[in-house]
Design a protein around this ligand. Structure first.
Ligand code: PMP
Ligand code: GLN
Length: 381
């Protein structure tokens, strides 16, 4: 049978490749972003409890209503956002799915979408599978900031959407209030949509406030804002998240969602509806993860890697120019095989393949994992 590929330019994701290599070589995996410690015991117990009580059949397509209500309360508390749980919140099987659904909802063949590179690896295939065209803008190396003049130059009559992601994967850069002002001025009086990937909303450090789209009612009107419970509750394998949008946009989003997934895993939604009310669970996360970031930064001083700043996410980028001038993919593969440390080469997040000789390390690991990893990194000379 012959199949004409919908994604002819796509191979296997870098996460799959590097995690596979890590397993094959019994390497310590600081590549793919996931905690190597247990999630909340209380939340595990809650899911078990609701399953036993019988919460095992479909919930409504939009999501379990008490969970949507808890989300609406939460975003009011955090961002002063007034959103209707009925018409503006939809539960999705993860953040990646929410982004895909948002793009599929708005894109027509030939539309252009502005993407900042390095970019999380699903964005460009999500655009291309819809027949649309990614318009790439590089974040300024090495602090990975947006050059808004560049954005103004790349806007065309075909621009349908801009994708933003803060805190940013893979670089840990975050958008400031000034960036949000620039974004507002760029889209004002246009029909440009925004897809905002905010899965790391609670993983933001150094007392920087998260600039959610939800703080800006004028932006929310044109936005799909995507979140993930996996990041907030240390359960990336749960693949549960949500999208918030305007009521008008959400009608169309749900048309796509209802024939793709229909409804998401019931017991986790019922458990989370209650669990979300415990503010300390999500408010304490930044402090915990900031300690891990700082611990990793201190340890890495023993190595010849030069870490770039990271103000959010699970990740930090590191230059290795004092060690080698190999391309980042070759270097990442070599140190996995020879030293037993898996990372992610940042060029994998550039369609152009831009290679600044930088690796991404994930620091949401037990201290002993970080200790053991840095012991290995320290002997790479
Ligand atoms: N966006 C970014 C930037 C991410 O790093 C991730 C993590 N995989 C996601 C979206 C997706 O989250 P989920 O696992 O809930 O699909
Ligand atoms: N978000 C995670 C990362 O960036 C992994 C996602 C995936 O495996 N697709 O590492």
């Amino acid at each position: 049978m012959h199949i004409t590929s919908r994604l002819p330019n796509v191979g296997t994701t870098i996460f799959t490749i590097m995690s596979g290599l890590a397993n094959q070589h019994s390497a310590i995996n600081l590549g793919q972003g996931f905690p190597d410690y247990q999630m909340s015991e209380a939340l595990i117990n809650k899911v078990n409890e609701v399953m036993r009580k019988g919460w095992n059949q479909y919930v409504p397509m939009q999501g379990y209503m008490p969970l949507r209500e808890s989300i609406a309360e939460k975003v009011d508390f955090l961002y002063g956002a007034n959103v209707s749980p009925n018409t503006q919140v939809t539960i999705t099987p993860g953040g990646t799915y929410a982004i895909y659904t948002a793009l599929t909802t708005i894109l027509q063949p030939g539309d252009e979408v502005i993407v900042f590179e390095p970019a999380y690896d699903s964005y460009i295939p999500n655009i291309e599978i819809n027949g649309a065209v990614p318009v790439l803008i590089s974040l300024k190396f090495p602090d990975y900031k947006i050059d808004w003049e560049d954005v103004r130059k790349k806007i065309s009559p075909k621009t349908k959407a801009i994708i933003i992601n803060s805190p940013h994967n893979p670089t840990g850069s975050v958008l400031s209030e000034k960036d949000m002002d620039e974004l507002r001025s760029v889209v004002r009086n246009t029909n440009i949509f925004i897809v905002s990937d905010e899965v790391y909303e609670h993983l933001i450090y150094d007392n920087i406030p998260h600039q959610s789209i939800l703080r800006y009612p004028d932006l929310l009107e044109r936005s799909f804002v995507c979140f993930s419970f996996g990041k907030t509750y240390n359960c990336t394998g749960w693949k549960l998240g949500y999208c918030i949008s305007s009521s008008e946009l959400m009608v169309e989003f749900r048309k796509v969602h209802q024939f793709n997934c229909f409804s998401c895993h019931t017991p986790s939604q019922v458990a989370l509806a209650d669990f979300l009310k415990n503010k300390n669970e999500y408010l304490s996360l930044a402090g915990i993860m900031q300690k891990k970031r700082d611990y990793f930064f201190r340890l890495m001083k023993q190595t010849k890697f030069d870490l770039l700043p990271s103000h959010g996410s699970y990740f930090v980028c590191a230059r290795y120019s004092r060690i080698s001038n190999e391309g980042d993919k070759d270097f990442a593969i070599r140190i996995t095989k020879e030293y037993g440390i898996a990372s992610i080469p940042v060029s994998a997040f550039y369609k152009s393949g831009t290679d600044n000789n930088v690796l991404r390390f994930c620091f949401c690991k037990k201290n002993e994992t970080l200790d053991a990893a840095v012991e290995r990194l320290a002997i790479i000379l």
